[in-house]
Design a protein around this ligand. Structure first.
Ligand code: SAM
Length: 286
């Protein structure tokens, strides 16, 4: 691993490097970020697209490396992002299209890629207040589902996504793509099932778990009482009993047709926007 990847930059003062070779060690390190092991070791991840990079910088995310294709050189927004990266001590790489294609594993790659430090919120630092909604996902496996949920949580005004148990990595390329930038806006928290249940008792939240065998129609729940955590089950096996029995309500989304269940991300979206509808009606009355 190169010094740049380990330390998050070449030193206090940033640099601009031109790279055309796929064999360049920094390029190899960036490509290794497709592996979870490397992301974990370096606490970093990759996000594609100029808009995403600019949004992340605006939100204060720490950038380690900005990569842009030669064709993007001279564009004011790219130059600005490069200047901000350098000012923060990051590295800027100007690369050939071949290099950026191989980094993103795409034939028609984005012209700009940012390597950012991962940021997690600690469960013990989470003090939900009335009017807030969180999503808790039990062992979510599918990167596309997780990305869609993070994006939907952001769009519904939720306050964070809690990953319970062994979940897919929110910082994988596929998940980050599916979040469409919301990965930078939504606090992410991870916890074991035990930690989550212990926190639930202390934090004074109301856990509304969704379950195919739920006894309550999700539309009859009042989401305005206490901060609400919407707890969603794993794609294959649903919610385990140990979590379901600790919930304050077990909600069911009534279905028609022959489908056994809704897709996890769709079910989460339905729940989030129902909770939002309740909270908005409270605001309207105030
Ligand atoms: N075979 C799984 C089961 O038996 O629960 C299906 C899991 S479903 C694909 C994934 C998650 O989405 C569920 O655990 C639940 O949280 C939520 N979900 C999907 N459809 C739902 C529905 N109609 N009512 C309540 N929750 C639902």
């Amino acid at each position: 691993m190169t010094k740049e990847m380990r330390e998050g930059g070449p030193g206090r003062v940033g640099q601009v490097k031109e790279v055309t070779s796929l064999a360049n060690p920094i390029v190899k390190d960036i490509k290794a970020l497709t592996q979870k092991k490397t992301r974990d070791e370096t606490h970093s991840f990759m996000a594609e697209g100029l808009k995403l990079v600019i949004d992340a910088l605006e939100l204060g995310w720490a950038i380690r490396t900005l990569v842009y294709a030669k064709a993007a050189k001279g564009k004011p927004a790219v130059e600005q992002a490069a200047a901000r990266t350098v000012a923060k001590g990051g590295l800027v790489l100007e690369v050939s299209e071949k290099v950026i294609s191989s980094i993103t594993r795409r034939d028609n790659p984005q012209m700009v890629v940012g390597i950012f430090e991962q940021h997690w919120t600690r469960l013990s630092d989470l003090y939900p207040v009335d009017g807030q909604t969180y999503v808790a996902l039990d062992r979510v496996r599918d990167p596309g589902n997780l990305g869609t949920i993070i994006r939907t949580a952001d769009a519904s005004g939720a306050s964070g996504v809690i990953l319970v148990g062994e979940c897919t990595d929110p910082f994988s390329l596929e998940t980050v793509r599916a979040t469409m930038g919301s990965v930078f806006a939504m606090p992410l928290i991870r916890a074991s099932a035990e930690e989550f249940l212990a926190w639930k008792k202390k934090a004074g939240v109301r856990v509304v778990a969704t379950h195919l065998a739920g006894s309550v129609d999700y539309r009859t729940i009042d989401y305005r009482k206490k901060p609400v955590v919407l707890l969603m089950g794993n794609e294959q096996s649903g919610l385990p009993d140990a979590l379901a029995r600790e919930a304050d309500a077990l909600a069911r989304i009534p279905q028609a047709g022959r489908a056994d269940s809704l897709n996890l991300a769709v079910a989460t979206g339905v729940m989030l926007f129902e909770a939002r509808r309740h909270l908005l009606s409270l605001e309207a009355r105030a």
